[in-house]
Design a protein around this ligand. Structure first.
Ligand SMILES: C[S@@+](CC[C@H](N)C(=O)[O-])C[C@H]1O[C@@H](n2cnc3c(N)ncnc32)[C@H](O)[C@@H]1O
Length: 453
């Protein structure tokens, strides 16, 4: 078995064989696959912080890249699958775009693929399509299907080697690794063929209570109804914002797609997911579904609070407080003493015919970069061997990147963003394509009850 940590040499050899067999030779475009060697690259691509493994490419993205995290991502993926009923929004259009067509290779790009669950799911549903999953550190523990490959890359260095190539581009929960999310939306749109669809999902760090209002955070005085999990996410927001991440991307998804000159027909919706099996469905099927997503969501959040521990400790939080985040979250979720919803923002849009402007920089936000030329004239993301940055100018000093906003101590309308109100209006109008029983109805305040696992 190949691993993200050091592995025996025979496992390395097997991994390399699979990498070549499943990746490069299968794909007709962008021969930029990074041939992974777990002994060599495990050192170069990964690092250890506070007992967890992290990517070593992008300082901004500060969640682990290890088996525990990949398990968490898989549960989150399953939660979305159950809550949404399928892998993608706008089903009729996605299926039409990806239908087999004589002489046309259909292609799907998953930016920030993580454990690769979505990419592999799409590869299995559309076996004639080619799927590429890009990540700082994609999971390499099992080989993907033949029509899917994973590529090690930092997409904030630019994706010009992929411009105009894909029918579907997808990105889910990647905002932590992105400084300029407006740039990212534009760059993802550029990877689409005209008529192709961009699908984006970001989770909000703002938790809601069972009345679907902002959840009060715990400050340590044991006030009933307050939440340590909400406090953890609130501190996560403060910390990641200070470090420069687009942690508020969920609130801006719709507006940024709307603003992108390459995109039309922008739509959005919000899914509210109960954290823990506390919400009652209207029918036995809906009840079962809510219970399943609630249990998955609880597992995702108890792990997330632990995954954030290295970030908090690195940022100088008191270890006793960080342990309280974990213990408090475990207690309130395991005993269902606080009933909360997690909020996921979905937005999708169609690539129009507007040509890509030629004179704009490739890399995120600033500094133009160049990809290495491949034999076919296209440009590669990573070539084999050592990692190569596409930046031609040195990255700015950290202080220039991180302009810390004032530290917030509570959620304010400014923090949450003025777009929330307009999102609520538009999500109701775009809800019809979704499975009934999803959490779209924001006025729905049905009673709640505790349930055992
Ligand atoms: C929270 S995980 C989500 C994974 C997957 N999209 C999912 O929904 O299961 C975010 C992933 O985005 C990747 N990521 C974040 N910033 C990135 C960047 N600049 N370039 C490539 N991958 C990035 C991370 O390495 C991580 O695997």
């Amino acid at each position: 078995m190949a691993s993200t940590s050091a592995a025996p040499h025979d496992a390395d050899a097997e991994m390399d064989r699979q990498s070549v067999a499943t990746g490069y030779s299968q794909m007709s475009i962008t021969p930029s696959v990074y041939s992974f060697n777990s002994s060599r690259d495990g050192v170069a691509l990964l690092r250890n912080i506070q007992g967890r493994t992290f990517n070593a490419q992008n300082e901004l993205y500060f969640l682990p890249a290890d088996e525990v995290e990949y398990d968490r991502l898989e549960k989150q993926h399953l939660m979305h699958l159950v809550a949404c009923g399928r892998l993608y929004q706008e089903a009729e259009k996605v299926q039409r775009l990806l239908a087999p067509e004589e002489g046309v290779q259909k292609r799907i790009l998953d930016l920030g693929t993580g454990a690769g669950n979505w990419a592999v799911g799409m590869a299995m549903e559309f076996p004639h399509a080619q799927v590429v999953g890009v990540d700082l550190a994609p999971s390499t523990t099992w080989p993907p299907p033949d029509n899917c490959r994973f590529e090690f890359d930092d997409f904030t260095l630019g994706l010009s080697h992929y411009y105009g190539s894909f029918d579907v581009v997808h990105s889910r929960s990647t905002a932590n690794g992105i400084k300029d999310f407006e740039w990212f939306v534009n760059e993802a749109a550029r990877c689409l063929k005209p008529g192709g669809i961009l699908l984006m999902i970001e989770g909000s760090v703002e938790m809601l209570n069972s009345n679907k209002e902002p959840q009060e955070v715990a400050w340590g005085d044991d006030t009933p109804g307050q939440s340590w999990m909400a406090r953890t996410l609130f501190e996560c927001y403060n910390t990641m914002k200070r470090r420069g991440s687009s942690i508020d991307a969920a609130w801006r998804l719709y507006d940024l797609m709307h603003k992108c000159p390459l995109l039309d027909e922008v739509q959005t919706k919000i899914n509210l997911i109960p954290v823990g099996p506390w919400e009652v469905g209207k029918t036995p099927d809906e009840d079962r579904e809510k219970r399943i997503v609630g249990i998955l969501m609880r597992q995702v959040f108890t792990e997330l609070v632990r995954a954030l521990q290295p970030l908090f400790l690195t940022e100088g939080y008191d270890p006793v407080l960080v342990q309280k985040f974990i213990d408090g979250t475990d207690y309130e979720l395991n005993n269902l003493v606080v009933h909360m919803y997690a909020k996921y923002h979905f937005a999708w849009a169609t690539r129009n015919d507007v040509p890509i402007p030629e004179d704009e920089p490739e890399a995120e936000g600033k500094g133009a970069g160049e990809g290495a030329n491949n034999d076919d004239g296209s440009q590669s993301g990573n070539s084999s061997g050592t990692r190569r940055s596409r930046r031609t100018t040195p990255p700015p000093e950290p202080d220039a990147i991180l302009e810390p906003p004032p530290r917030a101590t509570r959620w304010t309308p400014e923090l949450i963003g003025s777009t929330t109100a307009s999102l609520r209006g538009s999500m109701v109008s775009s809800a019809s394509g979704w499975r009934s029983g999803s959490s779209m109805d924001m006025s729905d305040t049905r009673s709640v009850r505790d349930m055992d696992d």
